[in-house]
Design a protein around this ligand. Structure first.
Ligand SMILES: [Fe+2]
Length: 144
């Protein structure tokens, strides 16, 4: 079901937002300034995605989940710990999360196509591109 798939996506994005900001606060090491700024850019993008996905659920006459309790029950994203961490470990970790989000967007697109919700399907194309781009960039960064 498209609404369920979108609510799973929304739950993941919400937990991921909290995780990225946690990393923004706790990143340490020589490249602190770069990583700190980049993480803020990433969580600001996710914040906009959260609003867009929730409102898209409303456009489809569904009910977007709105509590942390709901999100934590559903999410596939593992939260970060409250501890100082080097950027390499952060980016390795969130690379996995971006792949989960990419899979979410693919699943929503497939459900949308099955249910003839073509606007939703088209919207997911933007997410597929966006997440693929971030995944490419993080891979470049982690390449030795
Ligand atoms: Fe900040």
């Amino acid at each position: 079901m498209i609404i369920d798939d979108l609510n799973l996506f929304l739950s993941n994005l919400n937990v991921f937002y909290r995780k990225l900001q946690n990393y923004h606060w706790n990143v340490k090491g020589e490249d602190f300034f770069n990583a700190h700024v980049k993480l803020e850019e990433l969580y600001n993008d996710v914040n906009e995605q959260i609003d867009e996905i929730a409102e898209h659920i409303l456009i489809l006459n569904g009910n977007p989940l709105g509590t942390m309790k709901d999100y934590l029950e559903k999410t596939q994203i593992k939260e970060a710990n409250n501890e100082k961490i080097f950027s390499k470990e952060i980016f390795e970790n969130i690379l996995n999360d971006y792949n989960i989000l990419l899979e979410n967007a693919k699943k929503v697109k497939e459900s949308a196509d099955n249910e003839k919700k073509y606007a939703t399907s088209a919207l997911m194309d933007e997410y597929l591109l966006e997440f693929s781009k971030v995944i490419w960039m993080i891979n470049q960064m982690l390449t030795k």
